[in-house]
Structures are given as structure tokens and as C-alpha cells.
Design a protein around this ligand. Structure first.
Ligand code: ADP
Ligand code: MG
Length: 238
């Protein structure tokens, strides 16, 4: 029952191949974390899944439907970025509802979804505030709220916590784990933080220079890293 499938997915910029044939199966409800050094292609891969970047060759399927040429808004995917620029002149409520308003969702339905997301994220008391009246963690929760209101089947997170201080990062990590349980959705998550990967993931994908080095549960990778690169990245003793 695989929900998201990549087969021999490649990406070139000009003549340079940066994603070099990625195969991957992601099951419904799974929390999959991509790790790897800066520049190895994590964001590019996520952007191709979201439809923000064209796939040079290979296939992307969601529920067995080929998605390569499907509009981003029709993929059932919502993405949360590292720099989660909120609209400064809009309230939390307006920030969360904006994409839906843009998509022509009826006002009552928008209100219902925003309230539901605010409840899940404990933002109910902050709905009328502007972003500058929020802490970093609260802003990040609004950014996640903007994704939740779209009722995606799949969430993509690109280093969502890397702009937060260490304490807040731990707190938000717990929030994201809770969110995954509560919403029971599929999450594809990119981080360069190995602790984040080990604590959040059902499945970790270790990348290096556009290639997948190993896929496995955190325990698999720790106990049986495929090579020294994976061992070094995961922090296992091999
Ligand atoms: P990561 O997210 O793992 O740090 P990226 O996916 O951002 O890596 O980048 C992978 C590689 O692709 C890097 O070598 C980067 O320089 C290159 N790259 C990314 N986007 C572009 C682009 N728009 N044009 C040219 N090269 C790019
Ligand atoms: Mg990146």
C-alpha cells in the first residue's frame, strides 16, 4: 500500500545532474525523514514532489497516479518551508485562510478549517494577532496551520525548525510528532539534524550527492549502517 513512489527520479540544472536516480516507496501514514549534507539534493527532491520543480526524468506517482505533470495544487500535498514568511499585515486567522480564499473555498468552510487547525496547534487565543506579535515558535505553528487547513494527504517539511533556537526546536519537534499521530497523515521531512531524524522518523533516507545511500528505520541505520558515510551521519559506532 504505497502512497508515494519515486522511480529513477532525476534532476539536472543545465548540464549538471544533481538528483541521480532516486527510487523510493513511501507508505500511507509514514513519517519519512531525509538527511544528508548541505547541497546533496534534499530540497530539490522535496520541491519535485510538491511540483515546484520539474522532474527531468523518472516517475513520481501518488496512489498509483503519475503526478509528474500535475499542477501543485492538485497533488494533495502541502509544504512547510524553512523560512516561513507570514504575511506581516494579516492576522493569524487571515494568514491561515489566505490560500483557501485564493482557491475559492467558501467563507464558512474556511472559518471551520482555520478554527480546527487553531485548535490542533493551540493557536485559538492568537487568531487576531499579527505575526510581529508572536514568538518564533508561534509563527512556525501558524506556518504549519497554513498547511493543515488545506487538508493535504501528504505534508512536506523542509528544515522547518532550523531557524528556531535549541530549546524551541526540541519543543516543536515534540509538537510535530504529536501532530503526525493526531492527523495520521504522511509526512516527508527534511533535516540536517540527526537527533531530529532519529526521534521523528519511521524511516530515514540518507542522501549523498544526489544519491540515496541507505533507507531504513532509525534502529536499522544505527545497528547496521551500509557504509562509513551513513555511520558517520547517523552517529553509529561502526
Ligand atoms: P540540500 O537541500 O540538500 O541542501 P539542494 O536540493 O538545495 O540541496 O541542492 C542540490 C544541488 O542542486 C546543489 O548542488 C545546488 O547548488 C543545486 N541547485 C539547487 N537549485 C538549483 C537551481 N535552481 N539552479 C542550479 N542549481 C541548483
Ligand atoms: Mg535544502
Amino acid at each position: 500500500m504505497s502512497e508515494l513512489q519515486l522511480s529513477d527520479v532525476r534532476k539536472s540544472y543545465g548540464g549538471l545532474e544533481v538528483i541521480k536516480g532516486v527510487d523510493l516507496d513511501i507508505k500511507s501514514g509514514e513519517f519519512v525523514v531525509f538527511v544528508g549534507p548541505s547541497g546533496c539534493g534534499k530540497s530539490t527532491l522535496l520541491r519535485m514532489i510538491a511540483g515546484l520543480e520539474e522532474i527531468t526524468s523518472g516517475d513520481l506517482t501518488i496512489d498509483d497516479v503519475r503526478m509528474n505533470d500535475v499542477d501543485p495544487s492538485k497533488r494533495g500535498i502541502a509544504m512547510v518551508f524553512q523560512s516561513y514568511a507570514l504575511y506581516p499585515h494579516m492576522t493569524v486567522r487571515e494568514n491561515m485562510g489566505f490560500a483557501l480564499r485564493f482557491a475559492g473555498v467558501p467563507r464558512a468552510e474556511i472559518e471551520k478549517r482555520v478554527n480546527e487547525a487553531a485548535h490542533i496547534l493551540e493557536l485559538r487565543a492568537l487568531l487576531d494577532r499579527k505575526p510581529k506579535q508572536l514568538s518564533g515558535g508561534q509563527r512556525q505553528r501558524v506556518a504549519i496551520g497554513r498547511a493543515i487547513v488545506r487538508h493535504p494527504k501528504i505534508f512536506l517539511f523542509d528544515e522547518p525548525l532550523s531557524n528556531l533556537d535549541a530549546e524551541l526546536r526540541v519543543h516543536m519537534r515534540i509538537e510535530i510528532a504529536r501532530l503526525h499521530k493526531q492527523l495520521a497523515t504522511t509526512i516527508v521531512y527534511v533535516t540536517h539534524d540527526q537527533v531530529e531524524a532519529m526521534t521523528l522518523a519511521d524511516k530515514i533516507v540518507v542522501m549523498r550527492a544526489g544519491v540515496v545511500e541507505q533507507v531504513g528505520s532509525p534502529l536499522d541505520l544505527y545497528d547496521d549502517p551500509a557504509n562509513l558515510f551513513v555511520a558517520g551521519f547517523i552517529g553509529s559506532p561502526k
